[in-house]
Design a binder for this molecule. Structure first.
Ligand SMILES: Cc1ncc(COP(=O)(O)O)c(C=O)c1O
Length: 366
């Protein structure tokens, strides 16, 4: 529609609208000029794996050695490697809906079976202990957690992390902790599940990266931190698939992971004020329900009260695009029907304009 000159406001983007911080760019440019353009070890250069270990110790209270780190082409690639080496055909993986749809597809690609827990908006999209317990079967091989979450912005509280850790230990399954949004958090403290104790860390694959925290989505650098045998298996697997992530992007990432948290504070603070803006505007629309998301950069309002009989969130997203010229992602995509996802990684002007159009759309059809 945009190509046809139609003025669509998009809330679809899953990436920061800021540029990568200049010191990171400078480092990659320097690497290129130095001729750092050849193959590197498949799991990433030692300097980067050391920088990731230092970051994990400093910010996440996690002790890993560089041999336990595998650098990949984005956190998505790290997750894929983890699924491929951990799952056997028929293994069940617990997913907490609403979830980022890639998890389910990656589980299936590895021959596994997604076992979905539907987390309720009323519970802050946090699973209850009973839900977790009831999802476990003899075939459970892993659980994926993503806190802060795409699409809900939910944060798993400490007591839930402890429950998940205890259940994983008791039942012998893996925890795949996708912490890609760890820096984008509003008024809460981030805690890595693996930091609960050495026993939990020994059953956890921690996934992270610089895509969201440092506005580096196009650089394609992510990592996994895992017990040594798993890290080795992931590294061997990657060796036969992609080899190393791009050499000079790795050099940029060394710089990124070495930057103090304060260096991206302005970006985090801007997201927080946009969150407040979008939540305020959405709440003012009669029938829309939303609690302020605690992290990431997505609003995931419940719009079920505004659906016509027989209408789904997929239909509504189509209508909003056609009639209001606003792009949102239907909640069903994330197994969160009755909701829509709006990314607030867009300017305040766009937020005001886009949510204004949504408000008018609902007022006109009321
Ligand atoms: C929850 C979640 N995990 C991982 C990723 C992928 O990150 P990367 O760009 O580093 O592959 C995304 C990107 O949208 C995401 O939303």
């Amino acid at each position: 529609m945009r190509a046809e000159g139609i003025d669509v406001v998009s809330f679809g983007a899953g990436e920061p609208d800021f540029n990568t911080p200049q010191p990171i760019i400078d480092e990659a440019v320097a690497a290129l000029n130095e001729g750092f353009t050849k193959y590197t070890p498949s799991a990433g250069i030692k300097e980067l794996r050391e920088a990731i270990c230092a970051k994990l110790l400093r910010e996440n209270k996690l002790n890993y050695s560089p041999e336990q780190i595998v650098v990949s082409c984005g956190a998505k690639h790290s997750l894929y490697n983890a699924m491929q080496v951990l799952l056997n055909p028929g293994d069940e993986v617990i997913l907490l809906a609403p979830y980022w749809m890639t998890y389910a597809d990656q589980v299936v690609l590895a021959g596994g079976v997604p076992k979905v827990i539907k987390c309720l908006a009323e519970e802050g999209f946090v699973p209850t202990y009973d839900q977790l317990r009831e999802a476990i079967t003899p075939k459970t091989r892993a659980i994926v957690i993503n806190s802060p979450s795409n699409p809900s912005g939910a944060l798993l509280p400490r007591h839930t992390l402890k429950e998940i850790g205890a259940l994983a230990l008791r039942n012998g399954f893996w925890i795949i902790a996708d912490e890609i949004y760890e820096r984008l958090i509003y008024g809460y403290e981030f805690e890595s599940i693996a930091a609960l104790g050495k026993d939990v860390q020994d059953q956890t694959v921690t996934i992270g990266g610089c895509s969201k925290s440092y506005a580096m989505t196009g650089w394609r650098i992510g990592f996994a931190a895992a017990p040594l045998p798993v890290a080795k298996a992931m590294s061997n697997f990657q060796d036969q698939v992609t080899s190393n992530p791009t050499s000079f992007a790795q050099r940029g990432a060394v710089k990124a992971f070495g930057l103090p948290a304060e260096s991206v504070e302005a970006m985090r603070a801007e997201f927080e004020s946009r969150r407040d803006l979008i939540v305020g505007l959405l709440t003012a629309i009669p029938g829309v329900k939303i609690d302020p998301p605690k992290g990431a950069f997505y609003a995931f309002p419940d719009i079920s009260a505004l659906l016509k009989p027989g209408e789904t969130d997929l239909d509504l997203a189509g209508e909003l695009l056609e009639k209001a010229l606003v792009a949102v992602v239907p909640g069903s995509v994330f197994e969160g029907s009755g909701h829509v996802r709006l990314s607030y990684a867009t300017s305040r002007t766009n937020i005001e304009k886009g949510v204004g159009r949504i408000a008018k759309f609902f007022a006109d059809r009321a």
